[in-house]
Design a protein around this ligand. Structure first.
Ligand code: GGG
Length: 354
């Protein structure tokens, strides 16, 4: 029996609704599988926790979390309680950095039964590999002076190690997919870091002669995500470019509510973390309207991470069979609740494996 010890952090807002839903799905996966079980330990780290304890995630929490096999996170952010940069840096970004989750994988594809806003989405199926530990997400810089003299300096950090690691990861992914990597650059406008990014990309590409490559400036690339997403296979991007591109990826799928993500620790020293792309969605909290698919598809990425790819595929099939039959939450044009969509996915999962 493979036992997976998972730390669950529902976090804020709809995270508290979609994490239990996805855990129920994973319990069903375990029943069906027979040789796989999940033990979930829930942690309260969130903006409410911050109000009570003065920090989003204590040192003792890091010590506990690092003992788990993986972290299953919902959403972070409640700007009414805590400024967003405090909550994100105090929990999500802290975990990514402390646990050396240097790669963020975010797939986007046409989902059966989910209306893309594109008139002809042409069956796109792409994967964004986002550098997850440095880049534009940096605390290096500062603010000085006040009023009209005020200045803010924000430095981007691009190390050869971090850049090359993300690129090699992207090439490895492409070698298992459709053999094409696109680099998201902006070397015509950003003077130091992006020409460096391009040089590292060219160097790494030489080690993968069977993979075709292209470099696209991020502005053009963002437009191509809308006009011709089918031309992409794997895209490697810096932290900020990857974050923005993947919201476009979610948008062209039909909703940010269905997009999954995995923060991968590639050196095996710490747990990886699985979290949907979406945030805490304060506008729909408590209405039963949250789309559980982003979190459930994220659970599928966790199954893949633990080499349960076959089960992962069955789960994705169950999700698509549910959307194909029009069992949808409001964000993708339906009228079903979080609980109803989750129950349908579970039902179909059982049917597919009976
Ligand atoms: N699902 C996790 C979450 O709440 N993400 C919100 C967010 O703003 N993420 C920014 C990022 O991925 O860097």
């Amino acid at each position: 029996m493979k036992k997976l010890d998972i730390a669950s952090i529902p976090g804020d807002g709809i995270g508290k609704e979609v994490v239990p839903a996805a855990q129920e799905v994973l319990e069903t996966v375990s029943e069906i599988h027979g040789g796989l079980s999940f033990q979930f330990t829930e942690y309260p780290y969130s903006c409410e926790y911050y109000l009570e304890h003065g920090e989003m995630l204590p040192e003792s929490g890091l010590e506990k979390l690092k003992e788990h096999d993986a972290i299953f996170l919902g959403a972070v952010g409640n700007a009414d309680l805590v400024p967003d940069h405090i909550s994100l840096w105090g929990l999500l970004i802290k975990l990514r950095r402390e646990f050396e989750q240097t790669i963020n994988m975010r797939p986007a594809k046409v989902m059966d039964g989910v209306q893309s806003p594109l008139s002809n989405p042409k069956n796109f199926d792409l994967l964004v590999v986002r550098e997850n530990s440095e880049g534009e997400y940096s605390s290096v810089g500062g603010r000085m002076y006040r009023d009209e003299d005020e200045i803010a300096i924000q430095n981007g950090i691009f190390s050869r190690r971090g850049t090359e690691r993300a690129m090699r990861f992207a090439f490895e992914m492409a070698s298992e997919r459709n053999q094409h990597v696109t680099s998201a650059t902006k070397s015509n406008g950003i003077y130091h870091s992006m020409p460096f990014w391009d040089e590292v990309f060219e160097e790494v590409a030489k080690d993968y002669p069977n993979i075709t490559t292209e470099s696209q400036h991020i502005d053009a690339l963002a437009a191509f995500f809308v006009t011709a997403p089918e031309r992409f296979d794997v895209i490697v991007a810096s932290n900020l470019f990857g974050d923005v591109l993947t919201d476009i990826g979610a948008g062209i799928m039909g909703s940010v509510g269905i997009a999954p993500a995995a923060n991968i620790n590639v050196n095996g020293k710490y747990p990886s973390m699985f979290e949907p792309v979406h945030g805490s969605a304060p506008d729909i909290i408590g209405k039963g309207a949250a789309n559980p698919i982003g979190q459930i598809w994220t659970a599928k990425m966790m199954l893949d991470h633990f080499e349960e790819n076959e089960m992962g595929e069955v789960l994705l099939d169950a999700i698509e069979s549910t959307t194909r039959d029009g069992i949808l939450t409001a964000d993708i044009g339906g009228k079903h609740s979080t609980i109803e969509v989750t129950a349908e996915i579970i039902k179909r999962l059982k049917e597919k494996t009976s």
